[in-house]
Design a protein around this ligand. Structure first.
Ligand code: COA
Length: 325
């Protein structure tokens, strides 16, 4: 087997290595990535091609930021995808960016880019939960940090707004849900309304309670309706999750495009999203959302102690918004 790693930064040329042991793939890939970083490129685009002795080819396209610590986990996933691609026959083996032929092209490369964006209804609740439990419950940065495990409270939170019919799913050609935007509508509270109960006070799950306490802290320090005096109703993107196999393909952006279409059609003037993840904040920034609140994790202290220290690059809770004109 030959492994070839080719970067798209012209002056760095091409790196390639021959290996006979598939187990060494990750080490080799990391060495390559580290070499590329050491010679000073910022955001590298990598094409990784595996050629088996019988001529079958798998290709992955990946984009990396400039920190090696960010590179290692994607490379781990890449290595496992490549292993899958090698042993399988026509399994999806590429992370080609949707709508972009730039990164990947191969006659033998079968990409499941046939993704449709559809409305989520109450009937989808079970499938949506299955997907979220597999991914979001484990890989949203705060859930990962507290090692959330089973959480009925988060299950309830995940499905309670589905009846509003403003949430969307990305579905692949096999009918599997590979991404969701779970959205909810929020009305400006009336002056006569009782102040809502603190989320942490009504949460029995000790780990989720910590996350709810952070949400309470954000609510105490930032009121979206104070900032937007003319807005009486907004759409909140409550959960954004994409199947880890399909990340980096712009699927969250497609889901958010559909969400934006919904708000336009329904005369909603503002979209709000609280991003605990650097990656979700990137999605929103790419769609011209503006940051209106930023709380670095290192500044959120309870009894003088930092509570959350998720893995880099997740450094802050940020609220981003977009007005619809
Ligand atoms: C946040 C999330 C929904 C983004 O979905 P997505 O469809 O991969 O979004 P994009 O393709 O636009 O990529 C967004 C960013 O993710 C990063 N990314 C790219 N490829 C990636 C990969 N293979 N794996 C992980 N992250 C990747 C990049 O920083 C990218 O930004 P860039 O395009 O400026 O480089 C997805 O990463 C996810 O499900 N994360 C876990 C759950 C979570 O944290 N949800 C948000 C909580 S607020």
């Amino acid at each position: 087997m030959e492994i070839e790693i080719q970067n798209h930064i012209a002056h760095l040329g091409k790196f390639s290595v021959k290996k006979s042991e598939n187990d060494c793939l990750l080490d080799e890939a990391c060495t390559m990535a580290s070499t590329i970083l050491n010679v000073g490129c910022g955001a590298a685009k990598l094409l990784v091609m595996v050629v088996e002795e019988d001529g079958r080819i798998s290709i992955c396209g990946l984009r990396f930021d400039d920190l090696l610590s960010e590179l290692l986990p994607p490379l781990g996933r890449m290595a496992s995808k490549m292993s899958t691609g090698i042993s399988g026959t026509t399994e999806k083996s590429s992370l080609a960016k949707l709508d972009s032929a730039e990164l990947v092209s191969s006659p033998t490369d079968e990409i499941d880019t046939n993704i449709s964006i559809e409305l989520i209804t109450e009937d989808d609740a079970e499938e949506v939960l299955k997907m979220l439990k597999k991914f979001f419950f484990k890989d949203e940065p705060l859930n990962t940090f507290v090692d959330l495990g089973e959480c009925k409270e988060l299950e309830k939170y995940s499905t309670k707004s589905l009846h509003e019919h403003c949430s969307f799913k990305a579905v692949n050609s096999r009918g599997e849900i590979v991404g969701v935007n779970i959205n909810g509508l929020i009305n400006r509270p009336k002056e006569t309304d009782e102040p809502p109960a603190k989320l942490a006070d009504v949460c029995a799950h000790p780990k989720f309670k910590k996350i709810m306490a952070l949400m309470d802290h954000v609510d105490e320090n930032f009121n979206i309706f104070d900032l937007y005096q003319d807005v009486d109703r907004l759409l909140d993107i409550k959960i954004m999750s994409v199947d880890s196999t399909y990340r980096g393909l712009g699927i969250a952006g497609k889901l958010t495009d559909r969400t934006m279409q919904y708000v336009k059609d329904n005369n909603i003037k503002l979209v709000h999203v609280l991003c605990s993840s650097h990656f979700s904040a990137r999605v929103m920034e790419k769609m011209d959302f503006q940051e209106v609140y930023n709380l670095p994790y290192q500044d959120y202290l309870v009894n003088g102690e930092q509570v959350f220290d998720p893995a880099k690059p997740h450094v802050a809770v940020r609220i981003l918004t977009k007005r619809i004109n």
